[in-house]
Design a binder for this molecule. Structure first.
Ligand code: 5RP
Length: 220
C-alpha cells in the first residue's frame, strides 16, 4: 500500500470513530471515503446511511451498511467526504469524482460536515479545474457564457447533468462561487465554502490531525 493510500485509510478510520449509534450519516464519494464504509461497518453500530453517489451506495451496501434514499426531511447528524484541494482558509474544491452536486446537497443537509484527506490535498492556493455540473439543455450557450470552461467528457451525472470544468483563475473563491452559482445552466460547482465545513481530519506522515474549523487554527 502506498503512503497516500495508508493516509487515506487512517483518515477514514479516524472519521469512523466520530460516528455514534443511531446517527443519520451522509457518505461522500471517492477513494478517501472508500475505506470509511468497512471501518463504519466494523463498528457494528445501528446507523442510517445516505449515499452521495451510486458507487458509494453500492460500496456501503457491500460493506453491510443500511443505505436509504436521500430525501432530506430530517437533517443528517454527520456527513463525511473527501476533497480534491483544501486551502488554508478552508475553501475546498471537490468533484474530481463527478459527484459534487449531490455531495454539496448532502454536506449542506448535515449538522456536522467532516472532510477527510491525505496530506497531499492541502494546498497553499486553490488551482483550476473547478468541476461543474451543467444542464444538458443549452450546454453550448452555458459554456459560451462561462468562457473558460470545457466539457470533461464521460458519463452524465446520476441526475442527467453534463460534467465540465472551470479552467479560469480561482484567485477569489467567494466571487467565483457567486459568479458560477448565478450563471444560468450551472447546476452546481465544486467550490465548497469554509462555512460548510465543521472538521478536517488529515492524515500525513503516518499521523492523524483533527481540526475543528471553529477554532480557526491553520493546518498549513
Ligand atoms: C468526488 C469528490 C471526491 O471527494 C474528491 O474528488 C476526492 O476524491 P479522492 O478521495 O478519490 O481523492 O469530490 O466528486
Amino acid at each position: 500500500m502506498s503512503p497516500i493510500e495508508r493516509d487515506k485509510r487512517a483518515a477514514a478510520a479516524a472519521a469512523a470513530n466520530l460516528v455514534e449509534a443511531g446517527m443519520r450519516v451522509g457518505l461522500g464519494t471517492g477513494t478517501t471515503i472508500a475505506p470509511l464504509m468497512p471501518a463504519l461497518a466494523a463498528r457494528g453500530l445501528k446507523l442510517r446511511c445516505f449515499a452521495s453517489s451510486p458507487a458509494t451506495e453500492q460500496a456501503a451496501r457491500a460493506a453491510g451498511l443500511a443505505v436509504e434514499p436521500f430525501e432530506g426531511r430530517e437533517p443528517l447528524d454527520i456527513a463525511i467526504d473527501g476533497a480534491d484541494q483544501i486551502a488554508p482558509d478552508g475553501w475546498l474544491i471537490k468533484g474530481g469524482g463527478r459527484a459534487h452536486t449531490r455531495e454539496k446537497i448532502v454536506a449542506a443537509a448535515a449538522e456536522r460536515f467532516v472532510v477527510i484527506a491525505s496530506g497531499d490535498k492541502l494546498v497553499e492556493r486553490l488551482q483550476p479545474p473547478v468541476p461543474l455540473e451543467l444542464t444538458a439543455f443549452g450546454v453550448q450557450a452555458t459554456l459560451r457564457r462561462l468562457a473558460t470552461a470545457r466539457l470533461r467528457g464521460g458519463p452524465v451525472s446520476p441526475d442527467g447533468g453534463v460534467i465540465a470544468d472551470w479552467v479560469g483563475p480561482v484567485d477569489d473563491p467567494s466571487t467565483l462561487d457567486t459568479w458560477l452559482s448565478t450563471t444560468p445552466g450551472v447546476v452546481e460547482h465544486g467550490l465548497f465554502p469554509r462555512a460548510l465545513v465543521s472538521d478536517l481530519v488529515v492524515a500525513r506522515n503516518d499521523a492523524v490531525e483533527h481540526y475543528s474549523l471553529s477554532d480557526r487554527r491553520r493546518w498549513i
